[in-house]
Design a protein around this ligand. Sequence first.
Ligand code: PMP
Length: 387
Amino acid sequence: MSALAVATGSVNLGQGFPDVDGPQAAIRRAVAALESGANQYAPGPGVPALREAIARHQQRHYGMDLDPMTEVVVTTGATEGIAAAMLALVEPGDEVVVLEPYYDSYLATIQMAGGVRRPVTLSLDGSPDATPGGRLDPAALRAAITPRARLILLNSPHNPTGTVLSRAELQAVADAAIEHDLLVVTDEVYEHLTFGVAHVPIATLPGMWERTLTLSSIGKSYSFTGWKVGWATGPAELVGALLAAKQWLTFTSGAPLQPAAAYALDELGQWPVELAASLRDRRDLLCAGLSDVGLDVRVPEGTYFAVTDISRLGWADGDAFCRALPERAGVVAIPLQGFYDPPTDSGRRSGAGRHLVRWTFCKRPEVIEEALGRLGKADLRARDQER
Ligand code: PMP
């Protein structure tokens, strides 16, 4: 879709990457590190300064006491953390319970490890045509857990629905994990991008630290998605297992960005706060505008994505809608089908998420306004053959 955006001169509200860089002071640190010789392999678990900064970050925000030497490991983005966690913890045939819609690398890495996914669909308020509610149904979670279950792969704040799991929802996950003796891998890359609701790491719930690997990265919080500096935290045994898998993926992550990431975490804590405040305004701008053009919008509590239901404009298929959109309106968005199990794979149902489309609001306000202006002028209703 990003290639389509470039080819058609469209405003790209598809892929989630900010169009303004992260803090200049951190960029200067990265340049200084490059120029002062931080150009050879970093230690496998990450440079100590960054591991210590990550430990301090978890302490400051969540009151967690981590040993930076054994309970923190630096990864090449959260993406590597996800892959390494699956390869480390999932044996062939093990089942992984995962929230659906899900971030695409989950499916691929569960498969790489030989695991079998058991999706728990975030409820869409009953009717398939309703605006997505995106809440976790504890009964659906329990129904997905079989004796083959090994771990629960969680994501909160959640891409693409923007749901931030509440303490009660997290407690339901924790209860199930403890009862069935499951591990939890939790992807918290949007931890600081919430709007008026608190993000609670599941590792802070009673009985959960010892069974949870928490993943995050610098990419979203500091608008450095291209840096690919991430981390995993958890008990030494789980972090050690992840590190063993990482050894055969990248061995060690890029050295010069690590001191700069440490600096951002330690010294620029206000930056993500301001980013979240500005994203909240941009969320409101985008959601109001999408609603004005006739789409049903779910206002997200976190992340930088909003999901719309396209049924009211006569469309049944988000893929067809998103393919028509660049030509009709000069805007690019992403269909949600790809975040759901392929219908043939699970045999459970067909067309889940077909009527849903994701839009990002991590672009400058004037870019969002331009996109909304274009959408406002276009005829977005489905034509007969598109229904
Ligand atoms: N997890 C989720 C839910 C994401 O949305 C993304 C980025 N789109 C990632 C992980 C990837 O994070 P990173 O860039 O740090 O690898």
